[in-house]
Ligand binder design. Structure first.
Ligand SMILES: Nc1ncnc2c1ncn2[C@@H]1O[C@H](COP(=O)(O)OP(=O)(O)OP(=O)(O)O)[C@@H](O)[C@H]1O
Ligand SMILES: [Mg+2]
Length: 123
């Protein structure tokens, strides 16, 4: 899956990256930004997943990364963002959220690895 090669260069294993991609849902118009940038003592990968969908109530913003927190009663497990955050932190990164003004943005920050890794195409 060549579109994930930026993440692979950041030292992310492909199954982790696919799992993260499944967890960062969006609704409405989706905007995806990927950028390699200077971060601290090296380069870092910034991935932003932004939508203009239903938004997040301010009272829930601090709760969404808690395991089993969900507003999708009877449908959601509430484990998506918790597992996404755990994966990102396992790779020494950060998963952040900004919500308000009709926009919800999740930002993944990852330290880049020194060596690029080639990712095989999906079969
Ligand atoms: N893009 C988004 N826009 C608005 N709310 C969101 C968005 N992403 C997550 N949320 C809120 O965060 C809550 C927790 O998300 P999380 O992915 O952890 O669980 P879930 O989506 O409810 O369940 P599951 O992980 O099983 O799909 C959601 O129930 C929803 O209220
Ligand atoms: Mg989810």
């Amino acid at each position: 899956m060549s579109r994930l090669s930026g993440g692979a260069q950041a030292g992310f294993h492909q199954p982790d990256l696919e799992c993260l991609g499944c967890s960062l849902e969006a609704n409405g118009l989706l905007t995806l930004r990927v950028k390699l940038e200077e971060a601290g003592d090296g380069q870092g990968l910034r991935v932003e997943v932004e939508d203009n969908g239903q938004g997040i109530e301010q009272e829930n913003v601090l709760k969404i990364f808690e395991p089993f927190f969900t507003t999708k009663k009877g449908v959601g497990t509430g484990l998506g963002l918790w597992s996404a955050k755990s994966l990102v932190e396992k790779h020494h990164g950060q998963l952040l959220v900004q919500a308000g003004d009709g926009t919800t943005r999740f930002t993944v920050l990852l330290p880049a690895a020194n060596t690029a890794v080639s990712v095989p195409e999906a079969s």
